[in-house]
Design a protein around this ligand. Structure first.
Ligand SMILES: [Zn+2]
Length: 491
């Protein structure tokens, strides 16, 4: 049994100015062959679960490619072609089972549906190939995805800490169907809801309610339920919330479960709309709190949703209001890193920080902020993730510098990385539990590593292409009506 296992993962923010070449799909590009196993074997990823399940089943496993990039603009045409070709060429050499870790919200320069286009191509080559697909909770599900795979599962958590078990769910159902003990059938549906990702935390209502409903159905009469919040910052015809149910031959049960959860999601649609307060008010509130760490969440510039990770509005407000004992992760600014490394540890430097990238889709120019500080540390930006999310994988921040203004320690990186693991600070010599304030450019994933140490969490509405204010974004392709762009729409 020849089993092809591959990963091609990208959440595309079509409004992001951050480009997505092949080189962004890993340190220096995707991993190939044995490099895939070296990078992802034994980690908390879907791919690792596929490897384990089909090794145990006696499969002859081949791993043509594994690429995952931080969210950013549509994947460059050549990158999409290269990754798709690597997978298809391996299938062409002979393949009995295919396991794919994809994202579900990939847009390439050549297609609005990166996953659906790939799966359709594979299905055309091999109409009967058993295919298991694992997706992110932020997938925008399409007919082309659903019509061209055998079984599909998505994360049940956000922050995404169940990545291995998601791969295990999809892989195990496929394995059991191959041995003939079950007959998986799928039903799915979607609602035209651009749910705010800030409202998709699976630990609380409304997302928790939908996930719980799925778990109840799994205990009753279906094999597996995935609730996809969708990724709303994608100007494609049908982004939105969707539900996929896999049942053992019982299509009616799958259909009823999907429809029930979708109905509940639609009824709760107003709870999926995030309301922001003015930034100055949020920072002022933080200033009145005494016990730290107090998390200041700069959610409009989350690089793991397509943010540039270099906007300065929240940092500027923190400086304006004079907060002290603050650590910031991170400002991505390769130019500043270069300058600070040249100056060396111990040097005092004044420089324009961040704001190097313009954001034409939201009609904002980058706004650097002038800071003066002492270079505290210089590192290669590498560490192994030990927290619950992506456990065991290697983080690559690029060359990294800590600049200490006296009140604020700012981590400045060459590459983009969302802070979901305490290693973001510890790897550069900052102990996060000892700081009063931690400013994090994140939306929900920070909860994986930082919520357990936080005394307070304050969401700060800054500037960036991951803002929750949809009025900033020029949606053109999204089919209307869509909630909450058309707030009074009926369904
Ligand atoms: Zn996600």
């Amino acid at each position: 049994m020849r089993v092809v296992v591959a990963m091609m993962s990208h959440e595309t923010n079509t409004f992001s100015p951050v480009p997505t070449p092949l080189s962004s799909f890993g340190p220096g590009g995707p991993a190939y062959g044995q490099g895939v196993i070296d990078a992802y074997g034994g980690t908390n990823t879907c791919l690792a679960a596929f490897l384990d399940i089909f090794s145990e089943a006696g499969g002859d496993i081949v791993t043509p490619i594994a690429g995952t990039a931080m969210p950013s603009a549509p994947v460059q045409a050549e990158a999409y072609q290269t990754m798709s070709d690597a997978i298809c060429e391996e299938i062409d050499k002979g393949c009995d089972v295919l396991c794919l870790e994809l994202h579900g919200a990939m847009v390439a320069e050549t297609t609005d549906d990166g996953e659906g286009t790939l799966l359709k191509r594979i299905r055309t080559m091999r109409p009967d190939l058993p295919i298991a697909v694992a997706l992110d909770l932020h997938a925008n599900i399409t007919d082309d995805i659903m019509d061209n795979c055998t079984v599909l599962a998505g994360y049940k958590t956000y922050p995404h800490i169940d990545t291995y078990s998601t791969g295990a769910r999809a892989g195990e159902i496929l394995r059991r169907s191959l041995e003939g003990s079950i007959k998986p059938v799928m039903a799915w549906g979607r609602r035209p809801m651009l749910a705010h990702t800030l409202c998709m935390n699976t630990a609380v209502s409304p997302m928790k309610d939908l996930i719980d409903r799925g778990l109840e159905a799994e205990a009753r009469d279906v094999l597996d339920v995935s609730v996809f919040g969708g990724f709303p910052l994608a100007d494609i015809p049908q982004p939105g919330l969707s539900v996929v149910v896999v049942a053992d031959g019982n299509e009616a049960a799958a259909r009823a479960t999907a429809d029930g959860i979708l109905g509940e999601a639609w009824d709760k649609r107003a709870d999926f709309v995030w309301d922001s307060e003015p930034l100055a008010k949020s920072v002022a509130k933080a200033k009145t709190l005494t016990e730290g760490p107090i998390l200041l969440i700069d959610h409009a510039d989350n690089c793991a949703s397509g943010g540039t990770e270099d906007t300065t509005a929240v940092l500027a407000e923190i400086m304006r209001q004079g907060l002290e004992d603050v650590a910031v992760f991170a400002i991505r600014d390769a130019e500043a890193v270069e300058t600070l490394i040249a100056a060396g540890v111990g040097a005092t430097v004044t420089l324009p920080l961040g704001g190097k990238v313009d954001m034409p889709t939201i009609q904002r120019k980058g706004e650097p902020i002038e800071v003066t500080g002492r270079v505290r540390a210089i590192t290669d930006g590498q560490f192994t993730v030990t927290g619950p999310m992506m456990t065991g994988t290697r983080a690559h921040l690029g060359r990294t510098v800590v600049l200490d203004t006296g009140k604020i320690e700012i981590v400045i990186t060459e590459s983009n990385h969302e802070p979901w693991d305490l290693g973001c600070f510890r790897s550069v010599g900052i102990e996060p539990t000892h700081k009063r304030y931690l400013m994090l450019k994140s939306r929900v994933h920070y909860r994986a590593g930082f919520e357990p140490i936080a005394k307070h969490i304050i969401e700060c509405d800054g500037v960036g292409v991951t803002s929750s204010d949809y009025s900033l974004f020029p949606f053109e392709k999204v089919e209307r009506p869509a909630y909450p762009l058309d707030v009074d729409m009926a369904f």
